[in-house]
Ligand binder design. Structure first.
Ligand code: AMP
Length: 194
């Protein structure tokens, strides 16, 4: 599978440990070095800023998708290849995931979680069929993965839904994880409701 375009969800925080920013910068660089277009939330600060700077530092193509109000607040990165302004958060999330070959979640806050979980919910329903890669920097996502496992154990989700996501420990494992992710055909919607 040729990866052409990926979407990364990550934090706006500038206050988190710098290792999270390092992981974002490395991921951006690796995506760009592989000739892949990076789509992200368009923020100039925090992990988002480092992600974009990593890709731009090696000449990558970076598309930010940000609501008009955030741009008005000067939250957007100003050096991107393209900045798409949206009416609202819903349009932004729809455009971010559109026509990407994979989505990737780095550690973050409620905004990152919301984006990650929407991608998962859409995949369960057959609306999105690509890989979902969770980057477990510093074991950040352990409680989240445990919650997902609990949800399966309690029969809110099927065992087969475990195949919707892949957890990797480091940014340099992301591209291989995308290539090796199990396929998710649209007929998997047949077990969306269990
Ligand atoms: P969070 O993980 O809560 O920091 O939220 C980050 C995610 O929410 C990003 O992927 C963005 O899509 C969106 N977001 C939240 N805050 C901002 C911001 N200040 N600038 C741009 N995007 C943001």
């Amino acid at each position: 599978m040729q990866i052409k375009r990926v979407c990364v969800y990550c934090a706006s925080s500038s206050s988190c440990d710098s290792s999270y920013h390092g992981a974002a910068h490395q991921l951006g660089r690796l995506i760009a070095e592989a000739g892949i277009t990076l789509v992200f939330g368009g923020g100039g600060k925090g992990s988002m800023g480092h992600l974009a700077d990593g890709a731009l530092s090696v000449g990558g193509r970076v598309i930010g998708v940000i609501p008009q109000f955030m741009s008005d607040l000067e939250w957007a990165h100003r050096g991107l290849s393209e900045l798409v302004l949206t009416r609202d958060m819903h349009e932004r999330k729809r455009l971010m995931i559109q026509e990407v070959d994979a989505v990737i979640a780095l550690p973050g806050g409620c905004g990152t979680f919301e984006e990650l979980f929407e991608a998962m919910a859409w995949k369960r329903l057959g609306i999105y069929g690509g890989p979902i890669i969770i980057v477990n920097t510093g074991d950040f996502y352990r409680p989240c993965v445990e919650l997902l496992e609990r949800s399966i154990a309690e029969r809110f989700m099927d065992e087969r839904h475990r195949g919707m996501w892949t957890v990797v420990e480091r940014s340099d494992q992301v591209l291989d994880a995308i290539r090796n992710a199990p396929s998710w055909p649209a007929q998997n919607r047949d077990f969306a409701v269990i």
